[in-house]
Design a protein around this ligand. Structure first.
Ligand SMILES: [Zn+2]
Length: 321
């Protein structure tokens, strides 16, 4: 069945799970490719820094997984930005992935509407987002073209939006599963919570038929099988620290056979700095800066990482030219 000239060593799936990683894989027999994302400290650091209401944090965590899943596949330097803009209680999510491994994220929401949604038991992703759009932008720097793909959000989840995006824009049959949960640990110091997240992306990428060799399996059957397998993945399997990414794909695809590739790591890191905030303040008018002074100082909090920068008004006065 396989090409005898290429010897691919096979081994048992690793039992050791690694957090904050992306693992690409391939199921050659079904023309499937995909990636598994596992986030521990990275998603906990991002979500804990914000202290958003729990359903908002969970939704932003899903957006982080999706962004890491897609951004880590780019073979370029630059940034991949996922942004929602909608009319629901959560009006904006922004996740920013800077190649090769940095991610940061924040949300804007209406406190009262989020509280009302929680009280009404209607705080799932679709209800929180409402209607609007999801934009995915690839930014390769000042001199390069920006690419932006847009997909409508119609009260569905981020998974739904991803399927729609790949269907319409890329015409690649795609299935995405995203999961986020709070893990409760009871130790000597009492109970502690930490966020965990994970996801799996599966895409059907049949090779163009070469010469007269027909495809052995009708395309649809391979994709129907792949899609069915990935739909059986439960949230707990995507976040369980005891189940390695390799074991997860082996569990799903051991029959057709699955090959894994060297993965990459992800870090929660913001690009803000005292220098960049200072430069921004200096670009404002004196009048705008005067309005920012409170108790004799100017305080700026980064919306992405909650870092706080404090300046004396004299420090950020623009130089007269
Ligand atoms: Zn920051």
């Amino acid at each position: 069945m396989s090409n005898p000239e290429i010897a691919i060593p096979s081994r048992a799936p690793s039992a050791t799970s690694a957090d904050d990683t992306v693992m690409p894989f391939e199921v050659a027999a079904l023309d499937l490719r995909g990636r598994v994302v596992r986030l521990g400290p990275v998603v906990d650091r991002i979500l804990s820094a914000h202290a958003y209401p729990q359903p908002v944090a969970k939704l932003l965590g899903e957006a982080v997984v999706l962004t890491v899943m897609l951004g880590s596949a780019l073979k370029i330097d630059g940034r991949f930005i996922l942004q929602t803009q909608t009319d629901g209680p959560v009006r904006m999510l922004v996740v920013d992935f800077t190649a090769p491994d940095k991610v940061r994220a924040c949300a804007r929401f209406d406190k009262d509407r989020v509280a009302a949604a929680i009280a009404a038991g209607k705080a799932d992703a679709g209800a929180l987002l409402g209607k609007g759009h999801l934009a995915m932008t690839i930014d390769q720097g000042a001199d390069m073209n920006r690419y932006q793909g847009l997909v409508a959000l119609e009260g569905g989840s981020l998974e739904d939006a991803a399927h729609e995006y790949f269907h319409r824009s890329e015409q690649i049959p795609t299935r995405v599963r995203l999961a986020v949960a709070e893990e409760l640990r009871v130790g000597e110091g009492g109970a502690s919570h930490s966020w965990r997240a994970g996801g799996i992306l599966l895409q059907f990428l049949p090779k163009a038929p070469e010469g007269t060799a027909p495809h052995a399996l009708p395309e649809d059957d391979a994709w129907v099988e792949g899609r069915a397998l990935v739909s059986t993945v439960e949230d707990v399997e995507l976040i369980d620290p005891e189940l390695s990414s390799e074991r997860l794909v082996y569990r799903l695809f051991h029959e057709p056979g699955v090959r894994v590739f060297r993965g990459s790591e992800v870090r929660a890191e913001c690009s803000c700095s005292r220098d960049s905030v200072e430069a921004m303040l200096k670009s404002f008018s004196q009048d705008d800066r005067d309005h920012m002074v409170e108790d004799g100082k100017i305080s700026v909090t980064c919306e992405f990482c909650s870092a706080n920068y404090v300046f004396a008004p004299g420090e950020v006065e623009a130089k007269a030219d």
